[in-house]
Ligand binder design. Structure first.
Ligand SMILES: C[S@@+](CC[C@H](N)C(=O)[O-])C[C@H]1O[C@@H](n2cnc3c(N)ncnc32)[C@H](O)[C@@H]1O
Length: 442
């Protein structure tokens, strides 16, 4: 087996057996992969997780031992092989089978290697029939298998977006997420950085909505570039950048970021404020704060103070102190399935309900810290209305001194910005699914 494929198998084992997050395991393991193979390595790992229900359905059609009962080595090798056969260039199918078999043989398990050989050869022979059989499943089961989404989530999205839109929604959330970066306006302008990229053969363009954003079209190892090391840019999704653009914190003000780690929105705010004033960046997990400290150094920012604090607990020392607040609350993450595909299998309806109280509590505390005339953004990376507009409306119902603020001067093409909030969807805007509301203390 090619060394990068062995690495894919090893990474997948960590994700399936140890239940580790794909983005964290990938960013650790990718360091040992040859530069030429990194893009394919990432695509393969994420691809297997993304298409897991499809892949397991195929395997279970052709194997008497079901995937639930298989030992990890065998299961992971089969999953990767089926992914390659159905979703990657299929001209190497025979090689995929022989390398998968060899991998299990090398582990000393001859019996299992024969089993892998039998299952994969059968799948290869009946590829077309299997796809036809899938198409004849009852509609909701078919959608669930074809796009790999639990029935519960499909039901939720059919209600939200309509039955006629559902395939578009499912497929957009399976698409590869674009690589977006935020220009550090303290050090360079967006056009100057684009010019440098252009000279270096990095294909990039301006983001459509985020004024500080660049979309990189050919995959590169951004964090290894000289420009990254010099702090000229950071990796941040366009949706996430928009929270800062919409809040637009003024120079010399006090900003409180209630849930700050790993720091993307605090760092953006600091750049927007030209490193003036003060930003209090808090997160409940002390271990995550070091990332903010590291990034501050790289970007040349020193107006950020990172500290551990539970945002659901009121801090009496901050009452009516802040000019601006960022409440980027923990959420179900249903808007970033493209980047963390396991989210679609892991979120139960009960968990989603549980998080609502935390979100409302954090927003209520944030409101207490805001001065009269101050502004805050409430944001999530989910498309779930209950965690978004419903929370904001519930808050406004009980807090009469606050109102949604029109920010249509800060963003184009989002009619709701006039009403004080936007809902971003991968299937509509090609960006991560996000919700951003701007609330003013009257
Ligand atoms: C959506 S992430 C924040 C991302 C960050 N704003 C950024 O742009 O990089 C939510 C954060 O909330 C933190 N968190 C969860 N519960 C919290 C609580 N009760 N108090 C403060 N932070 C909390 C999590 O550790 C997580 O880092």
């Amino acid at each position: 087996m090619d060394s990068y494929r062995i690495k894919v198998v090893e990474t997948l084992k960590k994700i399936f057996k140890d239940k580790s997050y794909s983005n964290i395991v990938i960013s650790n393991d990718i360091r040992n992969i040859d530069l030429r193979h990194q893009a394919l390595y990432r695509k393969s790992v994420l691809g297997v997780v993304e298409h897991l229900m499809f892949i397991d359905w195929i395997i279970n059609q052709m194997s008497n031992t079901k995937t639930k009962k298989m030992e990890t080595d065998v299961l992971v090798v089969l999953r990767l092989a089926v992914y390659q056969m159905f979703f990657l260039d299929n001209s190497y199918e025979n090689m995929v089978v022989s390398e998968s078999v060899q991998y299990i043989k090398d582990k000393g398990n001859i019996r299992a290697s024969k089993f892998v050989n039998g299952v994969l050869r059968n799948i290869l022979r009946q590829k077309k029939e299997l796809l036809e059989k899938m198409e004849h499943l009852p509609r909701e089961e078919y959608l669930s298998v074809k796009y790999s989404y639990p029935a519960e989530l499909i039901k939720r999205w059919q209600l939200q977006f309509g039955k006629n839109k559902i395939e578009e929604v499912l497929s957009a959330n399976n698409a590869e997420a674009p690589l977006e970066i935020r220009v550090n306006n303290m050090k360079i302008s967006r056009d100057e950085l684009l010019k440098i990229f252009n000279e270096k053969g990095i294909i990039a363009e301006r983001c459509k909505y985020a004024h500080k954003g660049i979309r990189i079209l050919n995959p590169i190892e951004t964090d290894k570039t000289e420009e990254y090391k010099k702090g000229l840019f950071s990796i941040q999704s366009e949706s996430s950048m928009l929270a800062g653009q919409i809040l637009n914190p003024a120079e010399d003000s006090l900003v409180i970021d209630m849930c700050a780690a790993p720091g993307g929105k605090s760092l953006n705010a600091s750049e927007i404020m030209n490193n003036t004033g003060k930003i209090l960046s808090r997160d409940i997990y002390p271990g995550k704060l070091s990332l903010i400290e590291k990034e501050k150094q790289r970007l040349g920012l020193n107006n950020i103070k990172a500290e551990a604090y539970d945002a659901t607990v009121t801090d009496e020392t901050l009452i009516e102190k802040a000019d601006f607040i960022i409440a980027d609350v923990p959420c179900s993450g249903l808007g970033i399935i493209r980047r963390k595909p396991e989210i679609k299998y892991n979120r139960t309806e009960a968990e989603i309900k549980e998080i609502l109280n935390i979100q409302l509590k954090i927003l209520e505390n944030a409101a207490k810290y805001l001065k009269r005339g101050g502004m805050m953004v409430y944001s999530t990376c989910t498309t779930n209305k209950e965690e978004n507009l419903d929370i904001v409306m519930e808050f406004l119902k009980h807090n009469k001194g606050f109102a949604l603020e029109d920010f249509s001067d800060k963003i184009n093409d989002f009619p709701d910005a006039k009403k004080g909030y936007i809902e971003i969807y991968p299937h509509v805007h090609g960006m991560d699914g996000f919700f951003i509301a701007k609330i003013k203390r009257l």
